[in-house]
Design a protein around this ligand. Structure first.
Ligand SMILES: Nc1ncnc2c1ncn2[C@@H]1O[C@H](COP(=O)(O)OP(=O)(O)O)[C@@H](O)[C@H]1O
Ligand SMILES: [Mg+2]
Length: 154
């Protein structure tokens, strides 16, 4: 497990940028943490670093926001308001989890039956900022984490 202290919103955005450079298509990334922990901020850091210049909306009401880049799709989910597990299939969400896409998921614990994560990132409010813990659960997740550690040194 990798742990980092993020003293400001900018630090969260920058961490997201480093993470963006270590991602590869097919990855499933869970983002956990309380409301206000910085999950959407981290997603915004990822998207900006991939070249998205528009406003990053929180998918709280839409459940998913879709971003298309030249090398991958990024699907940003927020299942906070999700209460019906059958909806996962009804909404066709399962198809979003495919080899060409990175799926970044806020509140994965609210959507039973989601594909398991390659990486699990947990944010906690701590004195003076946030603490982020990153865990890799699969081989591709571990590769991503190794790249992230190299990014962190630069
Ligand atoms: N490292 C940090 N230190 C202090 N504030 C932060 C940090 N990262 C994010 N924030 C702030 O936390 C607030 C909530 O962020 P948000 O990303 O919407 O949380 P979540 O999606 O987890 O509910 C925002 O106002 C953001 O500026
Ligand atoms: Mg959010």
């Amino acid at each position: 497990m990798l742990t980092r202290f993020l003293p400001s919103e900018d630090a969260t955005l920058e961490f997201g940028a480093r993470l963006a450079h270590s991602l590869q298509p097919g990855l499933v990334v869970y983002l956990s943490g309380d409301l206000g922990a910085g999950k959407t901020t981290l997603a915004r850091g990822i998207l900006r670093a991939l070249g998205y210049t528009g406003r990053v909306k929180s998918p709280t009401f839409t459940l998913v926001e879709v971003y298309a880049f030249s090398t991958l799709y990024l699907y940003h989910f927020d299942f906070y308001r999700f209460d019906d597990p059958a909806e996962l299939d009804d909404a066709g969400f399962r198809e979003y989890f495919n080899a060409n896409a990175v799926c970044v998921v806020e509140w994965p614990e609210k959507a039973a039956g989601l594909p398991p994560p390659d990486m699990h990132i947990a944010l906690h409010v701590t004195a003076g900022g946030r603490t982020v813990e990153i865990r890799a659960d699969t081989e591709v997740g571990k590769l991503c984490m190794t790249r992230l550690q190299h990014e962190s040194r630069t």
